[in-house]
Design a protein around this ligand. Sequence first.
Ligand code: NDP
Ligand code: GDR
Length: 386
Amino acid sequence: MAAGSNGNEASAATDVVPRSLNSPRPIALITGITGQDGSYLTEYLLSKGYEVHGLIRRSSNFNTQRINHIYIDPHKLKGSDSSSSLSSTPAGSRNRMFLHYADLTDASSLRRWLDTILPDEVYNLAAQSHVAVSFEIPDYTSDVVATGALRLLESVRSHLSSFPGRQIRYYQAGSSEMFGSTPPPQNESTPFHPRSPYAVAKCAAHWYTVNYREAYGLFACNGILFNHESPRRGENFVTRKITRAVGRIKIGLQSKLYLGNLSASRDWGFAGDYVEAMWMMLQQEKPDDYVVATEDSHTVEEFLEVAFSYVGLKWRDHVVIDKRYFRPAEVDNLKGDASKAKKVLGWKPKVGFEELVRMMVDEDIELAKREKVLVDAGYMDAQQQP
Ligand code: NDP
Ligand code: GDR
């Protein structure tokens, strides 16, 4: 794996772990393992005793920051033979997370890793997941989000037909964005009315998943997840953009925060809670689709109020509205009805809205303090973010 901070590059290409068909552990394959949800899901599955394989895409920069803390570099394990990466080595037996290069735009790579890893569960989390960016790169977004899901489903189907007797349980990362302009509360029977190329592509992925379930009997589930956030959230989503700014303003590294539409409402939960629901869906007797949400909704302005006031600041002193952050079509109001997930899966969120905001601000204050040390020592410009 590519590890940024300690300078190690444990090449994904060497994480080759041929699996025996009678592995004692359940095996999961995750696309999008380097993303917010991928990192929490990996931690969760490892805690349950799984062997976890992640598909990562090639990047000109290291893209594994969110999972570096989990990775065990086989070269550093005592007694390991660094020339070998097979699971029979001490390194392989102690390390239960493995990374492999693949891409949702490359069907052959998906099929190859399925055939090699022989997973019991496949979680399709990979996506070009930024709604606003999907208006800029609609073709690519559709290729990864919609056709990418189809490529993976088809790879699973053809893999299973080549390995009679094997079973795979498949999770598709669906989104509340699919409901778009349909008014809340939204549940599994609410009609979709997507408002962006991203949301349209997620609708296609949703229906591909339903179709493979109905046509081929695949154990395939759609999780229709409402917004979920954490200190690992990408920095250009509004919640993290706000909490990063709060941290940096509080520590004196910036003074303004440029935002778009403050009146949109979202049902924001904690990502760590939501990955548990993904796993629970795949443990049921029958495959099905589930809405996962807190059932509590707040505007962007309310998020600002809680985040800034938590550290004694007034958001109106710092926020500047910038038209560039408005979208060609907006989703105004999302609030989920997760009663099916609560009843059937026994799932419920543990972290509420204000606790989530405070958790994110706390982490970003600490991050800003570390940045300040670098700025004061002349190693970093205040405008620059590492
Ligand atoms: P992130 O944007 O944090 O992570 C996306 C992941 O997909 C990253 O690992 C990224 O790799 C990977 N990826 C992107 N393009 C490709 C590609 N072409 N091939 C392979 N991998 C690729 O998203 P989240 O973790 O927040 O979300 C996970 C999934 O859930 C996504 O599908 C998202 O659309 C969906 N979702 C998210 C919600 C949320 O509120 N977070 C709500 C509902 C659905 P890299 O690190 O290299 O960029
Ligand atoms: P969303 O999340 O579009 O709901 O998609 P995002 O945080 O990007 O936007 C939420 C709302 O905030 C408004 N907004 C801004 N958004 C961003 N990114 N930047 C700004 O400066 C800004 N100012 C205001 C937006 O207009 C919007 O109304 C997320 C992603 O994780 C998707 O992948 C996922 O499917 C959905 O959540 C559920």
